[in-house]
Structure formats: C-alpha cells, structure tokens
Design a protein around this ligand. Structure first.
Ligand code: AP5
Ligand code: MG
Ligand code: ZN
Length: 213
C-alpha cells in the first residue's frame, strides 16, 4: 500500500504516519526527518536544507525529488510506504506520478485537515525525540515522564522551525504551494478527507476505516 500524507504543518502527518507504518508494516518516509538527520550529521545536503527550513521556506525540488524517488526504489519499499511531507509542490507530485508510471500509482492521499488556529497551538507545544523521532505535545500528548521520550528514554526537544514567526511563514507556504495538491489527488480519485481535529486515536481510526484494514 502506497500512502501519501497531506496536511498543513503541524496537522499530525508524522504522528499518524508512524502509527500507520506500525499497523501496515511499511516504512515511514518523512522528507523533513531526512533533512533534519542530515543537518544533525552536518552533511552538504543538511547545510543547504537548513537555510530554507530555518526560514520556513521549502527546500528546492532539485534537492528533494531525486532523494525521494531513490528512497522508494529500495527493497524495503517493495510492499509500499508512507510518504510524509512529500510531495509538497505540484511539480513534486507530477515527478512522483511519472516515477510510478510503471510500478503503479499511489493508493491513497490522506488529507489530515486542521484549521490554522489549531495549528499554532500544536506547533508551539510540540516536543520531538531527536533519537527515535517520536512526536509529543506538552498538553495533548504528553510524555509519561516530563521531558523524556516514552519510547527510547532520550530527552525531547523543541524543533528549530517551531518558533511563532517561522510557523506563520510555513503556513503561508503551505496554503500557496502545497494545498493545491488536494485537488490534484482528488481529481485522480485518491484523496481521503480526514478531520484532523479529533484526538490522535480517533484520527487514526478514521484513516483505517477509510483505507481498509
Ligand atoms: P516537515 O518536517 O515535513 O514539517 P511540516 O510539514 O511542516 O509538518 P510537521 O512535521 O511540522 O507537522 P506534522 O503534520 O508532521 O505534525 P505532527 O505529527 O508532528 O518539514 C519541515 C521543513 O522541511 C519544511 O518547512 C521544508 O523546509 C522542508 N521540507 C520537508 N519536505 C519537503 C519537501 N517535500 N519539499 C521541500 N521542502 C521540504 O504533530 C504536530 C503536533 O501536534 C505534535 O506536538 C503532536 O504531538 C500534536 N498532535 C498530533 N496529532 C494530534 C491530535 N490528533 N490532537 C492533538 N495534538 C496532536
Ligand atoms: Mg512531521
Ligand atoms: Zn525517542
């Protein structure tokens, strides 16, 4: 099963992608996570990506598309995958469609819908685990022990691009460049609309109900 997670920054794409990855036993591929790992390791790609990410802008397609196409061609993706944060522009979506022409198009584009007002709160409260990538929220989804990841015990941190100013910019970029993808996948008959304002558990149940066990 090939799934794309659509939705604004902070809508819960990563949170749901992890749950779906466990349920269907297919890899969770997040371009944001890949860029953040490269920043942490100090790679050339990381250095380039950081400039754009800190500004709340998109990393150029030249640095993004081939990376994803290469990743989904690997063996662990043979049974499918969950793309989180890609595609993010119409050009990226077209490139993905072209790349899948032979092996088969994606099955579902899950659109996790959350209004902007709720997004600001989610991102300012978000804490992430730098070791295993788990995502928490200080109020909505707190860690069992304050500041410590439930899954692996590392100290959780706030993401660099979750500052209020950058969040606003990321939302603008989303509305301008990424939201048009909803229509792109709706026209293909792939779009699945999910109310992302529900609890984490109920969002998950809604997705599974629509895409099947
Ligand atoms: P990326 O890492 O993809 O960030 P994003 O799309 O902005 O989305 P987020 O990761 O911020 O949010 P999310 O939807 O995953 O929400 P989460 O589950 O964490 O990209 C970062 C940057 O990388 C971009 O700005 C860009 O520069 C670059 N980039 C990445 N991909 C690119 C591409 N394809 N092309 C170009 N550039 C690219 O949840 C958010 C919070 O809410 C958490 O605290 C969580 O615990 C909480 N929460 C989740 N679900 C619920 C719920 N149901 N109820 C209450 N709280 C909840
Ligand atoms: Mg994410
Ligand atoms: Zn962890």
């Amino acid at each position: 099963m090939k799934i794309i997670m659509l939705g604004a920054p902070g809508a819960g794409k990563g949170t749901q992608a992890k749950l779906l990855s466990d349920k269907y036993s297919i890899p969770h591929i997040s371009t944001g996570d890949i860029f953040r790992a490269n920043i942490k390791e100090g790679t050339e790609l990381g250095k380039k990506a950081k400039e754009y990410m800190d500004a709340g802008a998109l990393v150029p397609d030249e640095l993004t598309v081939d990376l994803v196409i290469d990743r989904i061609g690997r063996e662990d993706c043979a049974k499918g995958y969950i793309l989180d944060g890609f595609p993010r522009t119409i050009n990226q979506a077209q490139k993905l469609t072209e790349a899948l022409a032979e092996t088969g198009d994606i099955d579902f584009a899950v659109n996790v819908d959350v209004p902007d007002e709720a997004i600001i709160d989610r991102m300012s409260g978000r804490r992430v685990c730098p070791a295993c990538g788990a995502s928490y929220h200080v109020v909505n989804i707190p860690t069992k022990v304050e500041g410590i990841c439930d899954r692996c015990g590392a100290a959780v941190i706030q993401r660099d691009d979750d500052k209020a100013e950058t969040v606003k910019k990321r939302l603008d970029v989303y509305h301008e460049q990424t939201q048009p993808l909803i229509d792109y996948y709706r026209e293909k008959g792939k779009e699945v609309e999910i109310d992302g304002t529900q609890s984490m558990e109920n969002v998950f149940t809604s997705i599974v109900e629509k895409i099947g066990e």
